[in-house]
Design a protein around this ligand. Structure first.
Ligand code: NAD
Length: 496
């Protein structure tokens, strides 16, 4: 057992959080959770069976039937603000828990994961407080008319299935709007990252969120907590972030009972660099978009298309940046690159490193496993890697790798760049770097993705629609768009 975890999340092994209480699994089924920085087991986690999932769904239904279901919006809004403050009050615990689970640098968790985790409650509190109600005056033959108005009601019990790359951030991105809209949730965090979802249960209790509004069940996907939850008839809607293949399975589960789904899935995102860009700024953004979180960001860039006159300069400067990244203990300010989340994910990434070599890629930098000394020697490290020279048909250019790597390819004109960027079954995000605003606008409209950044990357305004086109997702979340999923509209026609 890792000594630190006891100080951060009370009650290890990690328990489920059901009906406001931390409970273990009947029969005591457990699994290990590892520190990716050391490769060592740092805690045990209870694995939910059908019984625990049933209990969590029942607790959520009971919460909807209780005070939560009839709570005034203003009161819900106040509680969501308190939740955000509650996360901030335990900021360091959340940072430590997230970094134990993921191995990511503390600096990243401090600047991105945990502040966004708190902000996700505030933004949706503000949105639900200000959302206008649609209404129409309708003419009637007697001249008195009728007032039509729409009521927003919660969907009910929402199943929330989360990935491991930005655990608290992505979970609260769904739990925030779900609660703002008056739903109750059952969350299934990734089996790789159980800590912050559990810790959030403590905050829920401390700020007085009614029992059963937020429930957590731990476990795996198929034939485990994930499948039991998505197949549960007491779940009214399912929101999922993860891989396309998993989304396909969840969609089959949701088809029974015709439950609504919202999917945020994988990507194979392209960056497009024009010769007239501000190269200092472009390199800074490209470094983050390829290597942040060790490349484990759905919005990250794995294909970079660079206009030929600046190709060599771009490749050389990106190489320098990659070679300056420093692996190390997550808590050190000097650490800028964490490990992969798991041994399995590292094997997957390394299999693409092998493929690139076999297919004759020019390896600009990396391509292997770094020597990391001492207690970190068993961690799941890979080298930041840049290739060029592979055909567009290579699996390295077609499949999502989800590692700290990219392939860089020159282009000669705008149409060629757009065609290559679009030649993918995915459609999540793209970044364009150019000094020409008209071209930026033209290219942004032509690339088939849900999110386009121009001269930036991962600059998020949480009021904007977020989601993927093609195989990268179904639906949009963010701002008022989240309300479309987390509420149902009912129309009332009142004859005057
Ligand atoms: P994953 O699909 O393997 O797992 C995600 C979650 O689904 C986990 O909690 C897992 O236990 C659960 N799960 C697996 N099989 C299931 C099943 N049959 N039924 C129910 N639940 C099941 O994804 P991952 O490896 O955790 O995350 C990485 C993936 O997530 C990448 O593809 C990445 O692009 C994607 N992602 C997308 C976004 C986005 O906003 N579009 C954000 C982050 C990550």
């Amino acid at each position: 057992m890792h000594a630190k975890v006891e100080q951060v999340v009370s009650g290890t092994p990690f328990c489920h959080f059901i009906g406001g209480e931390f409970v273990g699994s009947s029969g005591g089924r457990m699994f290990d959770t590892l520190s990716p920085a050391t490769g060592e087991v740092y805690a045990q986690v209870h694995e939910a069976g059908r019984e625990e999932v049933d209990a969590a769904v029942e607790a959520a239904r009971a919460a909807l039937a209780g005070p939560w279901g009839s709570m005034a919006v203003q009161q819900r809004v106040a509680l969501l603000y308190e939740l955000a403050d509650g996360i901030n009050a335990r900021f360091d615990d959340f940072v430590e828990a997230e970094c134990l689970d993921t191995g990511k640098p503390w600096s990243l968790a401090r600047h991105v994961d945990i502040p966004r985790g708190a902000a996700n409650f505030k933004i949706f509190a503000d949105i639900i407080k200000n959302v206008p109600a649609e209404s129409f005056m309708t003419d009637t033959p007697d001249g008195a008319g009728a007032l039509n108005y729409a009521l927003r009601v919660p969907k009910g019990v929402v199943g929330v299935i989360c990935p491991w790359n930005l655990p608290l951030l992505l979970m609260t991105w769904k739990v925030g709007p779900a609660l703002a809209c008056g739903n109750a949730v059952v969350v299934k965090p990734s089996e790789e990252t159980p800590a912050t979802a559990t810790l959030l249960g403590e905050v829920m209790n401390s700020v007085g969120i009614p029992a059963g509004v937020y429930n957590v069940v731990h476990g795996f996907g198929p034939d485990s907590a994930g499948e039991f939850l998505t197949r549960h008839p007491g779940v009214d809607a399912i929101t999922f972030t993860g891989e396309v293949v998993t989304g396909t399975e969840i969609m089959k589960a949701a088809a029974v009972g015709l439950r609504a789904v919202s999917f945020e899935l994988g990507g194979k995102n392209a960056g497009v660099v024009f010769a007239d860009c501000d190269m200092d700024r472009t390199i800074e953004d490209a470094m983050r978009s390829v290597f942040a979180n060790c490349g484990q960001v759905c919005l990250g860039t794995e294909r970079v298309y660079v206009e030929r006159p600046v190709f060599d300069e771009f490749v050389d400067r990106l190489r320098l940046g990659a070679e300056n990244l420093a692996t190390g203990r997550p808590e050190l300010a000097t650490t800028t690159l964490g490990p992969m989340i798991s041994r399995q994910q590292r094997e997957k990434v390394l299999s693409y490193y092998d493929k690139a070599r076999e297919e004759g890629a020019e390896i600009i930098t990396g391509g292997g496993v770094p020597q990391v000394p001492g207690e970190l020697g068993g961690g799941f490290w890979v080298e930041p890697t840049i290739w060029t020279g592979l055909p567009e048909s290579s699996p390295v250019n077609r499949e999502e790798i989800f590692g700290p790597c990219c392939h860089v390819q020159p282009f000669d004109d705008e149409a060629e760049a757009v065609a290559m960027a679009n030649d993918t079954p995915y459609g999540l995000a793209t970044s364009i770097w150019t000094g020409d605003a008209s071209r930026a606008h033209r290219v942004a409209a032509a690339i088939e993705v849900g999110i386009t950044w121009v001269n930036c990357w991962f600059l998020r305004d949480l009021r904007t629609p977020f989601g993927g086109s093609k195989q990268s997702g179904i639906g949009r979340e963010g701002g008022v768009h989240s309300l479309e999923f987390y509420t149902e509209m009912r129309n009332v026609c009142l004859k005057l």
